[in-house]
Unconditional design. Structure first.
Lengths: 80, 354
């Protein structure tokens, strides 16, 4: 779980270095991640964890926080 | 809704593509991305290059060019055409039907049916359904199904949701009764509650185009467009495709009593590469059985993308052999439709440039 969170944070920092994703805020509501960022993010996470995140799960609410993203990854088979 | 058709087949496909090619890298500055992000998106989404018409070129111009080629090369006889269907979202005029303009241009016989159908990305599958239905009439032996769109003319150059992908093109598909005792399985669904997920606000009777509708404004994510331009709510359309298309395919396979392995290729509409790869993964279909190279190299030409994929990817194979194909279109409406049919031993299956 901790490793997953660290990996997600590292991926976010690589893709969107202009934002601080350690902040306890809603990334979507704060405008830190938009729909094209989601595409880049999903693509990187798929590659990193050797999974394919279900397209139905690619909705903003699943990317609103680090914990949400970790849960999304676990639900899609990451870390098994 | 499940549908079946018997003893009908495609006997030839010709696709017409504009000669003008636009490369994503030449347009990147139109979009609010860094160069690094743009180049990553290029690979993931399939923003490579696309074909668009020159200013002033209409859907009928592409169709007339293609039909002239077929007549001149004796691949189609004018007298044999009993029905001319044109599926387009970009007709030449509101009145008359563009199919009639094409009929008149070639002096085709009066004893025939001309029909325009306003459909987008579902247009090839729905057009085939209409062609099969017409062929149930004894007096109709040959239907010419034309799919044509020049949507690039309705897309803002500074709309990152649509412009990097949009392509133009036309296809002419000959549909006839078959000597082979075959069965074609299809299904189609429509949901008008989501009609405005893809739309052009102005230009119809509800809001005629005028100087005010041509004013370019910025939307909440930085896209610049006017009310005369196409609006595609990318998130909504993506989710629609991921949620509604896979169960449709599963249901069609079940209805046709076939397995995924019995299908040679899944020729889906190609909105973008990312969406198609996600659909392939979800359905458990190898990505090479669901081509996504049309949108990447020629653009998303709406209802024309499936026949373009059939000529671009399967060219001579569809002349020399028969393949079991699963077609799927999904988009404006919102509508989604799929079909499993054998296609092959075609009289022609080629691509020409306008």
């Amino acid at each position: 779980m901790k490793n997953l969170k660290e990996e997600v944070l590292k991926t976010l920092n690589d893709i969107l270095p202009e934002h601080d994703f350690t902040l306890d805020v809603n990334f979507i509501k704060e405008g830190m991640i938009d729909s094209f960022d989601l595409v880049l993010l999903v693509s990187e996470l798929d590659k990193k964890f050797g999974i394919s995140i279900d397209g139905e799960n690619i909705v903003p609410e699943n990317f609103s926080s680090l914990n949400q993203m970790v849960e999304l990854l676990i639900n899609n088979g990451a870390g098994k | 809704m499940n549908l079946t058709f018997k003893n009908k087949e495609i006997t030839g496909i010709l696709t017409v593509l504009p000669s003008k090619e636009v490369r994503f890298e030449d347009e990147m500055e139109n979009y609010p991305f860094s160069v690094e992000t743009s180049l990553k998106l290029k690979t993931i989404m399939g923003f490579e290059k696309r074909r668009i018409v020159e200013d002033g070129v209409c859907a009928s111009d592409l169709c007339i060019f293609g039909l002239s080629y077929l007549f001149d090369n004796k691949l189609l006889n004018k007298e044999d055409i009993d029905a001319l269907i044109l599926v387009t979202q970009t007709p030449d005029y509101i009145v008359p039907p563009t199919s009639n303009i094409i009929q008149g241009r070639f002096g085709l016989k009066e004893d025939m049916i001309c029909m325009d159908i306003n459909q987008g990305c579902t247009g090839f599958v729905l057009g085939l359904m209409q062609a099969f239905l017409l062929l149930d009439q004894e007096s109709i032996h040959k239907v010419v199904l034309m799919n044509a769109d020049v949507l690039s003319r309705k897309v803002s150059r500074k709309d990152r949701n649509s412009n990097p992908l949009i392509g133009d093109g036309a296809s002419i598909t000959i549909v006839e009764r078959s000597e082979i005792n075959n069965m074609i399985y299809a299904n189609i669904k429509m949901d008008g509650k989501r009609a405005f997920a893809i739309h052009i606000p102005a230009g119809g009777a509800r809001k005629p185009s005028c100087p005010e509708t041509a004013i370019v404004e910025m939307d909440d994510i930085g896209n610049m467009r006017s009310q005369d331009n196409l609006v595609m709510k990318g998130d909504e359309v993506f989710l629609f495709a991921q949620k509604d298309v896979p169960p449709m395919i599963v249901s069609l396979l079940d209805f046709s009593n076939q397995t995924k392995d019995m299908v040679d290729y899944f020729m889906f509409h190609q909105p973008n590469k990312f969406m198609l790869n996600k659909l392939a993964d979800k359905l458990g279909i190898p990505r090479d059985k669901m081509p996504s190279n049309v949108v990447e190299n020629l653009g998303n030409s709406s209802g024309v993308s499936i026949p373009i994929s059939m000529t671009y990817n399967l060219g001579n194979r569809l002349i020399n052999e028969r393949l079991n194909l699963c077609l799927a279109g999904f988009g404006a409406g919102l509508n989604w439709a799929s079909m499993i049919l054998e296609v092959g031993n075609l009289n022609f299956n080629g691509m020409i440039f306008f």
